[in-house]
Design a binder for this molecule. Structure first.
Ligand code: SF4
Length: 212
């Protein structure tokens, strides 16, 4: 199948499978999405949502993320893993946001990536979720699914994969696609025991065609 037709087929099929998607992390304020995304590194969304349901109540203002509240913050987030580092990231990031950005989030990927604990993927998630900026952030599911489908070259890094996906799916609803790839990766294209027989994308999948 021609590449552009394959891309269209994948976008349409994902839309049929997952017509309505919502952010996986719970938050009310913009900086809370940033904090939840920082906490989600190497953690499940479920564990992050459990932690933040208490954290955001205990620390309702950006000013509450400070060294005096360190033990409290640590206690709230201890189950997500890497608690000590993530606690420091939240406190330092809150301090920078208050001092340099009047408590607002900068709408700029480089500026976000300069914040402690914020990498390429996290900055893309925040900007795409909050402002619909055209990013398709690549987590482990998006990486696996897009590589198995043969959408991008096997040797690309996650960052290069994101750029390639954004080029291929230009004009599509980026954050919606990001979530659809994740849902496919969680429900069908699992890391182990992928359910190819149930997958509506198998006719265009490179991995499946090699496996047959
Ligand atoms: S056919 Fe299999 S490997 Fe390909 S996308 Fe579907 S589940 Fe993943």
């Amino acid at each position: 199948m021609e590449r552009s037709k394959k891309v269209e087929f994948i976008a349409n099929t994902l839309q049929e499978l997952y017509p309505d998607t919502h952010t996986f992390l719970e938050y009310q304020k913009d900086y809370e999405l940033l904090f939840a995304t920082i906490l989600s590194a190497q953690a499940t969304d479920k564990s992050v949502n459990e932690a933040t349901s208490r954290l955001f109540k205990e620390c309702p203002r950006l000013e509450d993320y400070n060294q005096e509240n360190k033990a409290l913050i640590l206690d709230c987030i201890k189950k997500v893993g890497l608690g000590k580092s993530k606690c420091e990231y939240l406190i330092k990031t809150a301090d920078i946001l208050l001092k340099d950005y009047r408590g607002e989030l900068p709408r700029d990927r480089k500026a976000l990536m300069a914040l402690p604990g914020v990498g390429y993927k996290t900055s893309g998630v925040v900007l795409a979720e909050l402002y619909d900026d055209p990013f398709i952030p690549v987590d482990t599911h998006v990486f696996r699914v897009s590589h198995r489908l043969g959408l991008v070259n096997d040797k690309l890094t996650p960052e290069e994969t994101e750029v390639a996906l954004e080029r291929l799916f230009k004009g599509k609803h980026s954050i919606h696609l990001h979530r659809q790839f994740i849902l496919l990766g969680r429900n069908i294209c699992l890391a182990r025991n992928e359910k190819c027989d149930l997958c509506p994308l198998k006719e265009v999948c490179k991995y499946y065609s090699k496996k047959k």
